[in-house]
Design a protein around this ligand. Structure first.
Ligand code: DMJ
Length: 861
């Protein structure tokens, strides 16, 4: 029902645009509209079973390529190096620091992939892989590993593998030889991780030596005093499963204790936790709080521990934290990082890609609206940069361009598809598949992307790519009938390993469970849709997710013709100093354009009472986003008496002529505009024509000034700051931005001077009347080359052969270093000649004595 509605609606829109076109103009419109519509229709169109099947096959082919490459080129190494087509063996490759702590010489990728093989119905390969793991893998290597990574990837991988092996064995079709070997390995590994919990607080050390533990003199670890919140708080699923499957409660007890400490240490005012904590005294080391790196799976595990173990205490804690997150951190579509003690203060202007799991968690929580909003934002970022960069700014620009083939975005897409049934999410999944194939696939697997801006590859394929990415993608395009197991009976760990929900009922709970319970009064039932149900939540409301998404479609600017900033309605109170709000904002360089009724739709009636405006808000100066460096420009005074020696540092503009593309800059004499702010028709247009205009900042947007000056015939414009005393030494350079609308009509070169530099220029104009300047990027200023060019010369030193220096065998001038009585004497034939000539001239004119030629006096040859 939902599907046919969507399809009909989409086709109707496309078709109607076409049928209306009878003139050339209309054909053009048709083309544009159709292209636009095609993209949109594609995204929301339902997917036929055949199409889904084709994508599923494609995913399996990609998995075969990745896993096959690992097995062929890398196994038994921990990871595949997909560019070198060989395995990464710790100690044999350059040390990458903490990243290498995932590598324990235990065939990490094989173990992390075990249950993926089952989900993808590769049961023969699974049986083979389990045999290999059982026969080849050792867990007692003298290697220091990360407790967190080893827990989620290896312990989780062994448990997921065991659960699957046990299931297949019970079905009686295969794995009949299996005697719980993977579970025994999991127990062994659990015991090897336990020494990490030997702290007074109960928070685990971040690292452990698999053979020697932590405090043993041979362990080479145990000096660390901090760990991340996620590192301490992401143990409970694996450790509880291990306890319940093995009958030994010790694992679950330790994981619970660590969670209790984190809960105790939450900031009571905000109910948030920090990112790094001291494992000995429980003090926070880093108090920034978000839902991404450092904290992410702590929240995830509270929720999932409740689902897996049915213990209310985890749900109660999760709900307290979740309310705090929604209050301070989630500002849909953004997820911010705030200070845990002062949570209204945002501590950074970028987000990391790990937080992309959060919409998935919100789906489990039953909170779909913010999940849809944040996911849509993430999708827009992937549209702009192909993949999610490791970090991106709140303006969706690249902050850190690496992409490690992380699965979090696919994970959230999977959850949203399962919850909404909206085919849009299948299209998102399809785009992930296509991009991986197009931009990450290499002959020996899939390679991480070093920088999404350049697309360069990195020689790594982390094990989570096989453990997580392929599971979520495959499940998205599969019906229940395609799967060898009923997914509704399992929960995904943070590494997407499968643990049976039945653990809570079929296995006895841990006897030593002393986790404190909290009673939280909730005004409403916060947990209406909390089960990890794969049933669609909104079967009768096909446009549920779409209406939420639509507001976030063009966040990053991709897919729209111009780049207008989003229009926000704000209410401006009168300022204390009596200044009208518009004036007050203008004085801060912010333009407020009252919007007319037509722009605003039905709700857009202008508020009539004083001090309330409905406005478009555009700041006219922008600090360049982190990855984009502001190219410093200069105004160089070149007419006499300055002759290029006076150079004023200037900020560029993001619109108008791009001076970096003008080989020689733009040259002209300067004339002050009248009015000086250039916010209206220019009175002195005749005098300004063909010259570079000087105009004062303020009263209107730079773009408006530029348009007036361009109309008056100026060939460039220098805007001078109106804030007294501002200067380029104390204030970081800014770049001017447009007014939120298209600025394509502005072709003038534009630069910005702080007031102190501006004063130099106006003083020069007053004194000399004619001042010629050059506008250009700083690195191309005149005379700079000369100043910075160093003359260099290569000298070759050798001992002269006997007699060689006497005959004058070499032609031309020769510079010789001759070793004589332990001293190096320098001789230059040309200089000798010159000196002789001078000497004879001097002798002739009977003036001064000759002098011995010093090396420093040798002229450049
Ligand atoms: C995985 O190892 C896990 O999902 C973990 O919780 C954090 N992220 C990586 C993959 O990005």
């Amino acid at each position: 029902m939902m599907q046919s509605y969507m399809r009909t609606t989409g086709n109707k829109q496309c078709w109607e645009s076409g049928s209306a076109s009878t003139t050339g103009m209309m054909w053009k419109t048709l083309l544009v509209v159709s292209l636009f519509c095609w993209g949109k229709c594609q995204e929301s169109q339902n997917m036929t079973p055949e199409e889904k099947g084709a994508i599923r096959d494609q995913i399996v082919e990609m998995f075969d390529h990745a896993y096959g490459s690992y097995m062929k080129y890398a196994y038994p190494a921990d990871e595949l190096m997909p560019l070198s087509c060989r395995g990464r063996v710790r100690g044999q490759e350059p040390n990458r620091g903490d990243i290498d702590d995932s590598l324990g010489k235990f065939s990490l990728t094989l173990i992390d992939t075990l249950d993926t093989l089952v989900v993808l119905n590769k049961l023969d390969e699974f049986e083979e892989a389990v045999k290999k793991a059982v026969s080849d893998v050792r867990l007692d290597n003298d290697v220091v590993v990360s407790v967190f990574e080893t827990n989620i990837r290896v312990l989780g991988g062994l448990l997921g593998g065991h659960v699957m092996a046990d299931l297949l064995r019970q079905r009686g079709e295969r794995m009949q030889w299996y005697r719980d070997e993977l579970l025994h390995m999991a127990k062994e590994l659990g015991h090897r991780l336990l020494p990490a919990f030997n702290t007074t607080s109960g928070l685990p050390y971040p690292k452990v030596n698999l053979r020697y533990g932590v405090l043993n003199p041979l362990s080479r670890t145990g000096t660390e005093s901090d760990t991340c919140t996620a590192c301490a708080g992401t143990m409970i699923l694996e450790f509880a499963a291990l306890s319940r499957l093995s009958g030994n409660s010790v694992f679950e007890e330790h994981a619970r204790k660590a969670l209790d400490v984190l809960w105790e240490r939450r900031q009571r005012g905000s109910d948030l936790v920090g990112t790094v904590i001291n494992i000995h005294n429980g003090e926070w080391v880093r108090r920034d709080s978000g839902v991404g790196a450092g904290i992410d799976s702590y929240y995830e595990y509270l929720m999932k521990a409740y689902i897996l173990l049915g213990d209310n205490v985890f749900l109660d804690r999760f709900n307290v934290h979740y309310s705090a997150i929604m209050k301070y951190i989630s500002q849909p579509p953004l997820l911010l990082n705030v200070h845990m003690h002062n949570p209204t203060v945002s501590v950074r202007s970028w987000m990391d890609s790990l937080l992309a799991f959060f919409p998935g968690l919100q789906v489990l929580r039953g909170d779909l609206k913010p999940a849809i909003e944040t996911h849509e934002m993430l999708y827009q970022v992937t549209k702009q940069h192909k993949f999610l960069p490791e970090a991106f700014t709140t303006e969706f620009r690249v902050h850190w361009g690496q992409h490690l083939l992380r699965p979090e975005f696919a994970e959230s897409t999977y959850y949203l598809y399962k919850a909404t049934g909206d085919p849009y999410y299948l299209r998102v999944g399809q785009s992930i598949v296509e991009k991986l194939n197009a931009y990450a696939r290499v002959p020996c697997g899939f390679a991480a992307v070093q920088d999404v801006r350049t697309g360069t590859h990195e020689d790594r394929m982390d094990s989570f790519f096989l453990a997580e990415m392929f599971k979520y993608l495959y499940l998205m395009f599969s019906e229940k009938s395609h799967l060898p197991i009923d997914m509704d009976g399992y929960i995904f760990t943070t590494e997407a390993h499968l643990l049976p929900i039945s653990l809570s009922t079929t296995q006895p709970p841990c006897p030593g469970n002393n986790t404190e319970t909290v009673r939280i009064s909730q005004e409403e039932d916060l947990f209406t849709h909390s089960c990890p149900s794969t049933e669609t939540l909104f079967p009768n409301n096909p446009s549920f997710a779409k209406t939420i998404r639509d507001g976030y479609k063009y966040l990053t600017g991709v897919g729209r013709a111009f780049h207008p900033l989003p229009i926000r309605e704000i209410e401006l109170p009168l300022h204390d100093n009596g200044m009208e709000p518009v004036e007050f904002f203008k004085s801060m360089g912010i333009s407020l354009t009252p919007l007319n009724e037509a722009n605003m739709g039905d709700t857009g009636r202008l508020k009539e009472h004083k001090g309330v405006y409905r406005v478009k808000l555009v700041a006219e100066l922008s600090q360049a986003p982190e990855e984009e460096v502001v190219v410093p420009h200069v105004v160089q005074l070149i007419s006499p008496p300055f002759l290029g020696r006076t150079v004023l540092t200037a900020g560029p503009a993001k619109f108008g002529m791009d001076l970096t593309k003008q080989e020689h800059g733009v040259k002209g004499s300067i004339v002050k505009a009248s009015p000086y702010t250039a916010c209206g028709p220019i009175d002195n247009a005749a005098g300004l024509k063909g010259h570079i205009a000087l105009a004062l900042r303020g009263d209107c947007m730079f773009a408006a000034k530029a348009r007036w000056l361009q109309k008056a015939g100026a060939i460039g414009a220098i805007f001078i700051d109106h804030r007294e005393g501002s200067n380029s030494e104390e204030t970081p350079l800014f770049q001017m931005v447009g007014d939120g609308d298209s600025t394509e009509d502005i072709t003038l070169p534009l630069v910005f001077l702080f007031s102190r530099e501006g004063a130099v220029l106006t003083a020069a104009l007053e004194k000399h009347h004619n001042v010629d300047v050059l506008l250009l990027p700083k690195e191309r200023q005149l005379g700079r080359d000369k100043m910075e060019k160093h003359v260099s010369m290569n000298l070759k030193l050798r001992l002269a052969e006997e007699g060689e220096t006497e005959g004058g065998a070499a032609s031309g001038r020769t510079l010789e270093f001759v070793l004589e009585n332990d001293e190096v004497l320098l001789k230059d034939e040309g200089v000798e000649e010159l000196r002789e000539k001078q000497q004879s001239e001097q002798q002739q004119s009977c003036t001064e004595d000759s002098d011995r030629t010093q090396p420093s006096q040798i002229p450049d040859s």
